[in-house]
Design a protein around this ligand. Structure first.
Ligand SMILES: Nc1ncnc2c1ncn2[C@@H]1O[C@H](COP(=O)(O)OP(=O)(O)O)[C@@H](O)[C@H]1O
Ligand SMILES: [Mg+2]
Length: 278
């Protein structure tokens, strides 16, 4: 069964889109066929993946919701033929309110028979735990909670995990919380280390290796290229961390072996030439 990871958080601006794009680039580099489903009306991952044309979008797909209809909206990204995209548009906002008893299952239905063509599906959720994110959770096998090392992190992750647990109890038993990833970590800041400890004591092993704060993420997104193609010390740091995160998320024997060999990887690496930005 294809692994379908929904990246979610209560808040905007924590890095859901960046994690989805970063993982998509890392997975494509390893030869995996990736589908990115943009389920945010802000359509940030659509903009950065830079498709040539988008005749239909996730808004049309959720409106129609016939089994398999998503295939008509999926297009190649401008990055790499390994990465396909179910694009979004602002009109998706109209699908953000529940509409009938099964409205949370529309995406799942629309993706029937479609996800099998991919090795990894990544769903970029909007910044809320409402109807669109519920659609993502019904369609997903794994829920990845994205957060920042801040005062609100524990509370925000708790609420996201609660939303995951509700969906896995009521209708999608295959869904599991795969982990919590802290983004924009600056290990030189005592505040960030304190918040990371707080997350680990609240959620234990569910807390995955974090992603460092590196300008390369913004630069690559702005240039509509994978951060894996960006060359700077900061890009190398973030790409190493993304590779390790992908290892933690992929349920392969190879990954299991890696885990045993190296225990949990270091949280973040820092480079000598590009320190955390102030
Ligand atoms: N690790 C990072 N280092 C530096 N900037 C980042 C990082 N992650 C995200 N950003 C930037 O932070 C902003 C918000 O990230 P984004 O992924 O769009 O969050 P979300 O999808 O949760 O709203 C974007 O401008 C993005 O480029
Ligand atoms: Mg986003």
């Amino acid at each position: 069964m294809t692994q379908i990871i929904a990246a979610l958080s209560l808040k905007g601006g924590v890095g859901k889109t960046s994690v989805v794009l970063g993982l998509a680039g890392a997975a494509a580099e390893r030869g995996l066929r990736v589908l990115v489903v943009d389920l945010d009306p802000q359509a940030n991952s659509t903009a950065s993946l830079d498709p040539h044309h988008t005749p239909f979008t996730s808004s049309d797909v959720l409106f129609d919701a016939r089994p398999g209809i998503a295939s008509e909206a999926i297009v190649s990204s401008g990055w790499d033929s390994q990465i396909q995209l179910l694009p979004s548009e602002r009109a998706l906002e109209h699908r953000a309110t529940p509409d009938g008893p099964d409205s949370s299952q529309r995406l799942k239905r629309a993706l029937t028979g479609v996800t099998e063509a991919f090795d990894l599906v990544l769903i970029d959720c909007p910044p809320s735990l409402g109807e669109l994110t519920r659609n993502a959770l019904y369609a997903a096998t794994d829920a990845l909670v994205v957060t920042e090392p801040s005062f609100f992190a524990v509370n925000g992750a708790e609420q996201a995990l609660e939303a995951v647990s509700i969906v896995s109890t009521h209708g999608n038993p295959q869904l599991r919380p795969i982990g919590i990833v802290a983004n924009r970590v600056r290990p030189t800041l005592p505040e960030h280390n304190y918040r990371m400890d707080e997350l680990r004591s609240a959620f234990g092993d569910l807390v995955l290796g974090g992603l460092p704060d590196r300008a390369a993420i913004q630069q690559a997104q702005g240039a509509c290229v994978p951060v894996q193609q960006w060359t700077s010390n900061g890009a190398a740091d973030i790409n190493n961390a993304l590779g390790r995160l992908l290892d933690e998320l992929r349920p392969t024997i190879e990954t299991a072996d890696l885990r045993q060999a190296s225990a949990r990887p270091a949280l973040v690496t820092t480079s000598t030439n590009e320190g955390p930005r102030s």
